[in-house]
Ligand binder design. Structure first.
Ligand code: NAP
Ligand code: ZN
Length: 364
């Protein structure tokens, strides 16, 4: 199902990094390792990488300043560092924020005249350093998408860039690196994978591949979404959650996401709600539209999850667990941001307008 046009070489499973360590030398002798504050260390991935680099005589510097919802300015700063040390490639170790930042850093490294916010214009040379990614969360699927979501440091707004230059060359998907995630991160990232799977499955851009990838993701997520339990996980649980995130990533890479992702960005920007919870907060509204405009596909999802509509919605609300009330004046003001239309709205079952976004914000 992944044809020759899919550019990412992916290794999956416990030990996949060590088992393929000879591959790094193909990318050069100098690397900028990109991380957040602690996940690369806590997961054990950084130590595994630096051990390999020492044996392979690859020198490296570490940029550990990537924040959740990475800022364009941070990526620009790291891109300059990569250029100044003549890095041959970028290696990102972390959750979706670090993986997305790594993609942007690789672009900035090769385009020294590109200012931080100009990265959105996409009229830039697509030259970029090769990117290798090691994921430490089971959610975004950024490992397999040609997308990078960045926060514009000028406006504070989240916006994605996409294209051939946003794919990794190589991904090591070892679920054991996700085992150090705190429970709240595990829940939010699983909700992100769930949102990807349902939004892609129910989008107007679905096709047979999308339905396949989404249903695989939902099958792997079923146990956790329907029980709401993300604690006391064993090896197999972590593996299932990681595989789910990869399948869901493959689904959105083909179909895109729907309105919950766009409107969810506002909850992250303004209320600091983590990405997965912010998207899942709109599931009840999304499910109601799906039931109305594509009932067969909605029923198919319930069947895969072996549940009914009421139970599923109650479970998602309980697991999402956000407590925000938005006033009418705020909802009206914010929804104007989407007045000129958004691709994610067009893909939403039945279509979606900025007025619908206002109602969705009021539904929280
Ligand atoms: P994240 O923002 O990458 O990480 C959240 C927190 O979890 C951070 O504090 C991080 O620590 C910590 N963490 C990550 N892995 C850990 C581990 N193994 N052990 C302990 N702590 C760990 O969260 P995310 O949900 O994975 O990524 C969200 C971002 O991805 C958002 O910006 C979202 O918009 C984007 N996204 C991108 C795509 C795409 O296709 N590109 C799709 C969906 C979402 P550190 O700070 O130390 O790293
Ligand atoms: Zn997402």
């Amino acid at each position: 199902m992944l044809n020759e046009n899919f550019p990412v070489k992916m290794f999956l499973g416990r030990g996949c990094l060590k088992n393929n360590s000879d591959l790094f030398s193909d990318f050069g002798k100098k690397c900028l390792i990109v991380t957040g504050k602690s996940s690369a260390i806590l997961s054990g991935a950084l130590k595994d990488v630096t051990d390999i680099f020492e044996i392979s005589c690859i020198s490296y510097e570490i940029f550990d300043e990537v924040e959740p919802n990475p800022l364009t300015l941070t990526c620009k700063k790291a891109g300059e560092l990569a250029a100044s040390i003549n890095a041959d490639f970028i290696l990102g170790i972390g959750g979706g924020s670090v993986l997305d930042a790594s993609k942007a850093i690789a672009i900035f490294a090769s385009n020294p005249d590109l200012s931080h916010s100009k990265i959105y214009e996409r009229a830039i040379p697509s030259a970029h350093l090769p990117v290798i990614l090691i994921g430490t969360t089971s959610g975004t699927g950024s490992e397999v998408t040609g997308v990078s979501v960045l926060t514009n440091a000028d406006t504070g707004l989240k916006k994605s860039i996409s294209g051939k230059d946003c794919y990794a060359e190589v991904v090591f998907g070892d679920y054991t690196y996700t085992m150090s995630t705190p429970e709240d991160v595990r829940i939010s990232t699983a909700l992100d994978a769930f949102s990807h799977a349902v939004e892609a499955y129910l989008s107007s851009t679905e096709n047979s591949d999308v339905l396949y990838f989404s249903s695989r993701a939902l099958s792997y997520l079923k146990k956790y979404i329907t029980s709401g339990s993300f604690s006391l996980l064993n090896d197999e649980d972590y593996e299932s959650l990681y595989i789910a995130s990869v399948y869901a990533g493959l689904a959105i890479n083909l179909a895109g996401t729907c309105f919950p992702h766009t409107v969810g960005y506002y909850l992250t920007e303004n209320y600091g709600i983590p990405h997965g919870r912010a998207c899942a907060a709109f599931f009840p509204v999304f499910a109601a539209r799906a039931k109305k405009y594509c009932p067969e596909r909605f029923e198919a999802i319930l069947k895969i999850l072996d549940t009914d509509e009421k139970t599923l919605i109650e479970n998602i609300i309980r697991v999402t667990d956000i407590n925000i009330k938005i006033e009418k004046s705020e909802a009206q003001r914010i929804s104007l941001r989407w007045k000129n239309g958004v691709k994610n709205f067009d893909r939403t079952p039945g279509g979606f307008t900025y007025k619908d976004a206002e109602s969705a914000l009021l539904s929280l």
